[in-house]
Design a binder for this molecule. Sequence first.
Ligand SMILES: Nc1ncnc2c1ncn2[C@@H]1O[C@H](COP(=O)(O)OP(=O)(O)OP(=O)(O)O)[C@@H](O)[C@H]1O
Ligand SMILES: [Mg+2]
Length: 266
Amino acid sequence: MLTFDHVYFYYKKEKPIIEDISFTIEKGEFVCIVGPNGCGKSTIAKLIDGLLMPKKGTIRIGNHHTKDPNDLMKIRQRVGFVFQYPEDQFITTSVLDEVIFGLENICVPREDMYNRALSSLKVVNMEDYLDAMPHELSGGQKQRVAVAAIIAMQPEIIIFDEATSMLDPEGRNQILAIMHQLHSEGMTIIHITHHMEEVLQADRILLVAQGKIHFDGKPAPFFQTIPVENFQLEQPFAVRLHRLSGQAVALTADWKGAIRSQWSTN
Ligand SMILES: Nc1ncnc2c1ncn2[C@@H]1O[C@H](COP(=O)(O)OP(=O)(O)OP(=O)(O)O)[C@@H](O)[C@H]1O
Ligand SMILES: [Mg+2]
C-alpha cells in the first residue's frame, strides 16, 4: 500500500541520509519507526508525504507516485501528519475553527463540515472545548485537537512524528489510546518515537540508522536481537525487568551450584 522502492535521499550530496531503503507498509498496519537522533526518521515521513522527493528510487501510496505532480494532491489527502509541536500548526482562534479550517482546504461541502469536525473532536474527547482558544489549551489537549483536525480529513495513513514526546504520561497515554483506537478501526498508523515503551504494542518496528533499515519486524525479536543502547535507545522497563529477573534466576542457580560444589568437596 505504501512502498519505498530503492530510495536514496540527501540534503547535501556529500552527506547521504537515506541509502537504498525499500519497504512496504500494508493498509491497517501499526508501524513504529525508531532510530537515533538525526538518522532520517522525519526525512522518511516527509518523503512519504511528498514534501521531499527521493534523489533516486520511487515512493508510492497505492498507485500514486510522489514524483508525479498530478498524484501529489491525492497523496496529501491520503496521508495526515501530527507533529511534535501542535501549536506550530494552529492558525485560528477556536478549536472548532481549527478543525474546520483543514476541511475548507480540501473543499468539504459546507453543510458537512460541522458534523465532521464535531465527530472528530468527539473521538479525541475535546467536544466540550469547541470555543476554546487552541493556544490556551494544555499540551495534551492541543495535541488532541491537532489529531482531530487530521482525523476530520479522513486520511488512510496518519504519521505521528514524535507527537507524544512533549507530553506528560497522562497526555501521552491519551494520544496512544487514540492511535490504537484509530488502528483498530482500520487506519494505518506510522508512529515515530524514541519511547521504547510505546513500540511494544506495534505490529512492526523499523529501525533506521546510518541511512539503512537495520531491523524490520515484530517487537519481541527486536528486543531479543537488537542491542538498542547502540542506537541511543533504551530497553523498555518490562524488558529490563525480564532481563533482571533472568539474571536473578541465573545468580540463584550459580549460588546453589557453588554451595553444592562446596558440599561435594568437603
Ligand atoms: N532541511 C535540511 N537541510 C539540511 N540538512 C537537514 C535538513 N533537515 C534535516 N537535515 C539533516 O538530515 C539528517 C536527518 O534529519 P531528520 O530530521 O530526518 O532526523 P530524525 O531521525 O528525524 O532526528 P530526530 O530524532 O532528532 O527527530 C540530520 O543530520 C539533519 O541534521
Ligand atoms: Mg525527527
